[in-house]
Design a protein around this ligand. Structure first.
Ligand SMILES: [Zn+2]
Length: 160
């Protein structure tokens, strides 16, 4: 039942954006919803092929572009030309591993007043220069210390 509701929502959003619902697009969206990080086209393609072995990279790419047009996903682009996809709609922050390029959601609440905390005059000063602030993005950079995270997992297990 819940699966059917999700499919209906996907169908309506695609049609509103002038895109067709296809089995491939549904499979790509479902893969994107399942992962806990923001994958590249290649990573999504590998995952979708477990379900649809013959799907091409170009079809996956077009499916992702349709999801972006339907506002069901956001394309995160980087200076090196790489792109990752995120299906979480509300404002939030990211962290990025500078060695692997992996992008995940930052485990903290979004603060709409953060710019004012940074500089209380900034938004007004920009408006005086003719720049209307509509939002901001924040990305925390770093690298995973896998030794530390496996210890954290271990202590979480022992609490269960
Ligand atoms: Zn995200």
């Amino acid at each position: 039942m819940r699966k059917r509701e999700g499919e209906q929502r996907l169908r309506e959003a695609l049609v509103r954006a002038g895109c067709r619902w296809t089995r491939q697009r549904a499979a790509v969206y479902s893969c994107l919803e399942k992962v806990d990080h923001h994958p590249t086209v290649e990573e999504i393609c590998t995952a979708v092929r477990q379900q649809l072995p013959n799907i091409s990279l170009a079809t996956v790419y077009k499916a992702l572009e349709a999801l972006v047009a339907a506002k069901l996903a956001t394309k995160l682009t980087y200076g090196d030309g790489s792109a990752r996809y995120d299906c979480r709609g509300e404002d939030h922050y990211h962290l990025r591993d500078i060695e692997t390029g992996e992008v995940r959601d930052l485990p903290t609440d979004f603060d709409p007043a953060l710019l004012d905390k940074l500089d209380p005059r900034l938004v007004r000063r920009l408006a005086e220069d003719g720049f209307q602030v509509t939002g901001y993005r924040l990305e925390v950079l770093g690298r995973y210390d896998h030794r530390a995270s496996s210890q954290a997992d271990h202590s979480a297990d022992s609490q269960l």
